[in-house]
Every structure is written in structure tokens, then in C-alpha cells.
Ligand binder design. Structure first.
Ligand code: SAH
Length: 218
């Protein structure tokens, strides 16, 4: 078997296991099947591409566990064509999943090296339609707001105020909140001033940090 066939077999296997344990939307599962996670991780990690585990990418950050990416995308609960803001582009894998599902995607990353890595990964896999921004996710991107969905892929110390303001009425924010372990929280904007929140289980994420960081220190 060549590499790609082997990776495809491994991908289908892990998806089958995820499907046994979870009840995610069909379009989320379909995107997991199409997007090649191994294209978003380093050469030395290729053998681990389809283990359902987070893996180091660069700059001390990680690509999320496959089930976590699926769970957050599932909680967004959006339809094709809707607008999503992602905080924490990382490798670009989650961005590719969102694009594969037909969303309009804006994604922010505070580490320049990773912003560039994601751009490269997304271009080489043909997912070149996202607006990728090197910037601080705490600020969001008010110029493109409101968003039908905001997906935060890092551990937020609290609910970021400015992002709440950028959520469309009827829109949902999916955010892991906490320091050592995070409560996956879904916040739905009911009206201009009313939000409803629900708790969706515990997770572990790398921290959401303030400000931009250039790659000079790495
Ligand atoms: N979705 C990514 C997961 C990346 S891990 C993937 O599929 O690979 C979380 C990322 O959030 C890290 O790259 C980290 O640098 C980034 N991050 C942390 N705080 C941030 C902030 N304030 N703004 C933007 N990105 C942030």
C-alpha cells in the first residue's frame, strides 16, 4: 500500500470508532472522512496522524484530538454558507473541516509561525478560501462581524466579552472555559442583550493568551 492508502485506511478506522462512541451530525462525520489530518502534522508524526490524540505541531502548541474537533464543530450546529470565526488556527486542520462543511471561515492565530504554517497546510490541501489573520483572538474581527458561529480552540480564562458582541443573534459560541481543565460551554445569543449558556463536558486545551507573539523566541 502506498502512504496515502495506508493513511486513508487509518482515517476510516478512527472515524468508525468515533462514530461508535458519539452521535455527531452526518456533515461533521463526512468532513472528517475527507480532510486528511496527516497533511496538517509534521513528517515525524505521520504514523500518529490517525490516533485520536492531540499532537504537538510547533511553538509548543497542539493539533486537537479528532473527537474534540468533531465535538466542537458539532456544537456549532450550523448550516452551509454560514459565517464562522475560529480562534486558534494552529495547524489549520479545524479550519479545513469548517471549509469542507461549506462555511465562510475567518480564523485567527496569535503565533506568526503557526499562522504561516496553517496557510501553507491549507494551500497545499486546496482549502484556500478561509480568511486567515495573524492577530489576538480576544479582539476578534469586528470588521467581518456578526458571526453565526465562534469556535475557540484554546482554553479561555472566561468568556471573551468582545467576541460575545460579535456573535449574531441566534448564533452560537463554542468555548472551553477554565485554567487546568475546561468546561466546554455553548453560548447562544438569544437577542441583543440575552444569552443562554450550556455545559457540554470537560476538556483539556492549550491556553488562550493575550496579544500577538512573533516567532523570534522559537
Ligand atoms: N484548531 C487548531 C488547534 C490549535 S491549538 C488545529 O486544528 O490545529 C490552539 C491555538 O490557539 C494555538 O495555536 C495557540 O497559539 C492559539 N491561541 C492561543 N491564544 C490565542 C489568541 N488570543 N488568539 C489567537 N490564537 C490563540
Amino acid at each position: 500500500m502506498n502512504d496515502d492508502v495506508e493513511q486513508r485506511v487509518a482515517r476510516l478506522k478512527v472515524i468508525e470508532r468515533i462514530a461508535e462512541k458519539n452521535n455527531f451530525r452526518a456533515d461533521v462525520m463526512a468532513a472528517l472522512e475527507v480532510v486528511e489530518r496527516h497533511q496538517f502534522i509534521a513528517e515525524y508524526q505521520q504514523a500518529k496522524a490517525y490516533r485520536d490524540k492531540p499532537l504537538p505541531i510547533d511553538a509548543g502548541q497542539t493539533i486537537s484530538q479528532i473527537t474534540t474537533v468533531a465535538a466542537q464543530t458539532n456544537l456549532l450546529n450550523l448550516q452551509k454558507g454560514q459565517k464562522v470565526l475560529e480562534i486558534g488556527t494552529g495547524s489549520g486542520y479545524q479550519t479545513a473541516i469548517l471549509l469542507e462543511m461549506g462555511f465562510q471561515v475567518y480564523s485567527m492565530e496569535r503565533i506568526e509561525k503557526l499562522h504561516l504554517l496553517a496557510k501553507e497546510n491549507l494551500n497545499k490541501t486546496g482549502y484556500d478560501k478561509a480568511v486567515l489573520i495573524y492577530g489576538d483572538g480576544f479582539e476578534g474581527l469586528p470588521q467581518y462581524a456578526p458571526y453565526d458561529g465562534i469556535l475557540i480552540a484554546c482554553a479561555a480564562p472566561g468568556i471573551p466579552d468582545k467576541l460575545l458582541e460579535q456573535l449574531a443573534i441566534g448564533g452560537r459560541m463554542v468555548v472551553p472555559v477554565g485554567v487546568y481543565e475546561q468546561k466546554m460551554t455553548v453560548i447562544e445569543r438569544i437577542s441583543a442583550d440575552d444569552y443562554h449558556s450550556s455545559f457540554e463536558g470537560y476538556y483539556h486545551f492549550v491556553p488562550m493568551l493575550k496579544g500577538k507573539e512573533s516567532d523570534i523566541q522559537y
